[in-house]
Design a protein around this ligand. Structure first.
Ligand code: DAH
Length: 342
């Protein structure tokens, strides 16, 4: 009978030379398989003299364990060599953990916009959109702000031209032009909100930015009164701040409403003055009013039959209030250290 030590030495040499995993499997079958060398060694034991049987069994088993261990070791080194070759070939390293899946978050303006859209759609409002590059006609003229009107000075913007057209185009300064676009398209009565981006020619600072967000609201119906307006504004504030908010109306001038108001909300953050309300306990939040008859006419509606109210919520300002953001330039600055916090 061949000495198991010799078999082991020979088998180890063959394992070390095995070029691939298939060759290893063949050696494994041949040595420790069902009809392999170890099996026939074990089978021959009953024919041995009794005193040799125990030793023969032991060495057959040791041979089996040693061969399996050598195969396993060689297989591991063949595997990492294969991975290494793959990595060199295409730069892919299969031994590295997969890249972490970075999950983004919604921008704070988007979060607040969606929340307000839910609130208003639950009250029967539609959510409308309008062009950001707008006609002068809609941004000013049809909103009762003719070319020589001083109100234009407070809303300077970026003017553009369209090749082959004499239309006067600009980046809209507010979401109000969608009021007239809505009246032209929709059958009254209707209710709508218009969240969106607006633009101004501004020298930027902590509270001024050339691009920011507003949300226009418009309700067109018969017999609309200031009472309806106040009721809607209180519901809006309750939805935003999750509690009853006291409001006050001051006269405010906007050419497209008559009467026009500045609606102030009791500061939701203090009772006796803080930095948010500049120690006044009131925050100026919602310019609004009853739609001016000239605007109804510009939208193709008869002011004798239809009336309405409108409001222009400063969405960027509201987002800043909600999250305690002290500089409007953070909102569109694109800095991930800021955005990651939401
Ligand atoms: N569009 C105005 C602005 O940007 C805000 C505004 C005031 C909108 C009164 C309204 C309104 O709908 O009724 O300054």
């Amino acid at each position: 009978m061949t000495d198991t030590t010799t078999i082991l030495a020979e088998t180890r040499a063959r394992i070390a030379d095995a070029p691939d995993v298939e060759a290893l499997r063949a050696i494994e079958r041949e040595v420790v398989g069902k009809d392999g060398v170890v099996a026939s060694l074990l089978k021959s034991i009953p024919g041995l003299p009794p005193e040799e049987r125990k030793g023969a069994g032991q060495s057959a088993n040791e041979l089996k364990q040693a061969v399996l261990a050598a195969i396993e070791e060689r297989e591991a080194s063949l595997g990492s060599a294969a991975l290494e070759a793959e990595r060199r070939a295409d730069g892919f390293d299969g031994t590295l953990p997969p890249p972490r899946v970075e999950r983004g978050t919604l921008h704070p303006v988007t979060q607040v916009t969606r929340e307000l859209e839910d609130l208003f759609t639950s009250m029967g409002y539609m959510v409308l959109d309008g062009p950001e590059v707008e006609l002068d006609d809609y941004n000013f003229e049809k909103l009762n702000i003719p070319a020589d009107h001083p109100a234009r000075d407070t809303q300077d913007t970026f003017y553009c031209s369209s090749p082959g057209s004499s239309a006067s185009l600009l980046l809209r300064t507010h979401t109000s032009p969608v009021q007239v676009r809505a009246m032209e398209r929709l059958e009254p009565p209707f209710r709508a909100i218009v969240p969106g981006k607006v633009f101004r020619q501004e020298t930027t600072d902590a509270s001024h930015e050339h691009t920011f967000h507003q949300m226009e609201g418009l309700v067109i119906d018969r017999n609309v009164s200031v009472g309806h307006l106040i009721g809607a504004m209180k519901t809006l504030l309750r939805g935003i701040f999750k509690k009853e908010i006291e409001v006050r109306l001051r006269p405010g001038y906007f050419p497209f409403v008559e009467p026009g108001f500045e609606l102030d909300a009791r500061c939701p953050f203090c009772t006796d003055g803080c930095s948010v309300c500049k120690r006044t306990t009131w925050i100026e939040l919602l310019p609004c009013g009853l739609v001016h008859p000239n605007v109804l006419k510009a939208g193709g509606l008869d002011p004798e039959e239809w009336g309405g109210f409108a409001f222009g919520l400063g969405l960027s300002r509201l987002v800043m209030l909600r999250y305690g953001i002290d500089d409007v330039r953070h909102l569109l600055g694109g800095d991930l250290r800021f955005l990651d916090q939401f």
